[in-house]
Design a binder for this molecule. Structure first.
Ligand code: KIV
Ligand code: NA
Length: 265
């Protein structure tokens, strides 16, 4: 088997096929998603909140992203692996972006990188693409800018909508192979999707995007706490794992594990 490539992604839009993306931060979880047929896995810097215990994505380092991305690549055979460039690893300019992306490509073995920002990041995208590195863009709510924008719906109102459309065009013109639209009104996401020839990947961006992405710990009910409206929870792993841990603890305390059948002589 060969891996999915950005050319397969382009072909899917031509055929009008929708596709799912999930985040992954470790080899084992990634292998389950890969075997389930998820075509694109994102080693998101949401690993900051969902895997590394930070409050936001802002503290995540390139070293951390490289380590997690390498694990996800090792755990998979078929999926296209996209790794986030973390905050501070590309904002200085195109050369810094290229140096950072090169590490993720060479050391971790990912097939593409993702970075945040539309017009403001188009020079970075251009140099990466020129250098042979496929880039997924990310506009709308961009969590690395939480200190400036907070976490709220983007693109509401005529001016903000026009800016989002300009951002979408800018990343397409710079050569991005896809663009994440995070937390934007469904009607606007639909308009962006119709106006681009590259696929849009929605999260909280309505049903008309070409693809969808969810954070795996949200999708499987591991995250805990109140979920945003756009998350659909397909399992309740927090209960599954918690109940199993309690049962194990009771067995050990009560002397019902291990038994003869678990013992060697
Ligand atoms: O880091 C992440 O998980 C992301 C997705 C939400 C698009 O950037
Ligand atoms: Na991210």
């Amino acid at each position: 088997t060969r891996r999915i490539t950005v050319r397969d992604i382009a072909a899917a839009k031509e055929r009008g096929e929708k596709w799912p993306m999930l985040t992954a931060y470790d080899a084992m979880t990634a292998s389950v998603f890969d075997e389930a047929g998820i075509p694109v896995l994102l080693v998101g810097d949401s690993a900051g909140n969902c895997h590394l215990g930070y409050e936001t994505t802002v503290p995540v380092t390139l070293d951390e992203m490289t380590m997690l991305s390498a694990a996800v690549v090792r755990g998979t055979n078929r999926a296209l692996i996209v790794a986030d460039l973390p905050f501070g690893s590309y904002q200085e300019g195109p050369v810094q972006a290229l140096r950072s992306a090169t590490r993720l490509i060479k050391e971790a073995g990912v097939g593409a990188v993702k970075l945040e920002g539309g017009e403001r990041s188009h020079r970075q995208i251009e140099l990466l693409v020129e250098s042979g590195i496929p880039v997924m863009a990310h506009i709308g709510l961009t969590p690395q800018s939480v200190n400036a924008m907070g976490y709220r719906v983007q693109g509401r109102g005529e001016e903000a909508a026009q800016q989002l459309l300009r951002d979408a065009k800018a990343v397409q013109d710079a050569g991005a192979f896809a663009v994440v639209l995070e937390l934007v009104p469904a009607e606007l996401a639909a308009e962006v999707t119709r106006s681009l020839h590259i696929p849009t990947v929605g999260i909280g961006a309505g049903p008309e995007c070409d693809a969808q992405v969810l954070v795996w710990t949200d999708m499987l009910g591991l995250t805990g706490g109140k979920m945003p409206r756009f998350v659909k929870q397909y399992a309740d792993l927090r209960s599954v794992i918690g109940d199993a841990a309690k049962a194990y603890a009771e067995d050990v305390v009560g002397g019902t594990f291990p038994l003869e059948e678990h013992s060697v002589h």
